[in-house]
Design a binder for this molecule. Structure first.
Ligand code: URA
Length: 217
């Protein structure tokens, strides 16, 4: 291992945010002590470090969280589901950056009967205030003559995007839950609970966002 080009010896100190750390000639940009977790965000919790209105925040659910644990993108107060948090700033940045197209799947319970034509429109992209949405995977899971459950997978992460996409095609979202973020799914977690990601999940996320250096996991 080298730090800033010099072979590291016992006692060599390095700051992964500042120093170039290499193993077998390849740069490593992770901290051995990094923590990356999945929180099943319940509704009525705000994704913020502190809420001006004094509402409960996701950090109330993570009392043991290291101070540098940051969320990778927000979910609305009225949306539940997968929220990833990490102490690795570069990973958080890339997970939220539209350039890396990490797929995020949602289950949306919407008002009205969603036609095949509307599903197709959502798939190819709809016009919302900040521009046309990118292609999405969309499938109808269930429905009655009053409402429809739709699974929608998007690769962007604009503010209230799924709700606005459905509004654009005339359907109000009544319940919204994110069921996966890249390879990470809710599994049998209950709302409010969290767990560390497995080494495989972290490795796959890092691969998806182009952080594949030697030794990363
Ligand atoms: N789309 C939304 O409308 N809300 C979210 O919280 C996430 C995606």
């Amino acid at each position: 291992m080298r730090v800033n080009g010099t072979v590291a010896t016992l006692g060599t100190r390095a700051d992964p945010d500042v120093d170039l750390i290499e193993v077998d000639g390849s740069p490593v940009s992770f901290r051995l002590t990094d923590t990356t977790i999945l929180l099943y965000k319940p509704i009525d919790y705000v994704v913020t470090a502190s809420d001006e209105q004094g509402r409960p925040t996701i950090y109330d659910l993570l009392p043991e969280a290291p101070p540098s644990l940051r969320y990778a993108g927000r979910l609305d107060i009225d949306t539940s589901g997968v929220l990833l948090l990490s102490t690795n700033g570069e990973l958080v940045h890339r997970l939220t950056h539209p350039r890396y197209h990490v797929p995020k799947a949602y289950e949306a319970f919407v008002e009205g009967v969603v036609s095949e034509r509307t599903l197709d429109a959502l798939r190819s992209g709809v016009e919302i205030e900040d521009g046309r949405t990118a292609p999405a995977q969309v499938e109808r899971i269930a429905g009655s003559n009053r409402d429809t459950l739709v699974r929608i997978t998007i690769h962007e992460g604009r503010n209230r995007q799924v709700r606005r996409m459905f509004e654009a095609v005339g359907h109000r979202v009544m319940v919204l839950r994110r069921t996966s973020f890249g390879p990470v799914t809710l599994g049998d977690l209950v709302p409010g609970a969290s767990r560390p990601l497995t080494a495989e999940e972290v490795a796959e996320l890092r691969r998806l966002v182009g952080l594949e250096e030697a030794g990363s996991a």
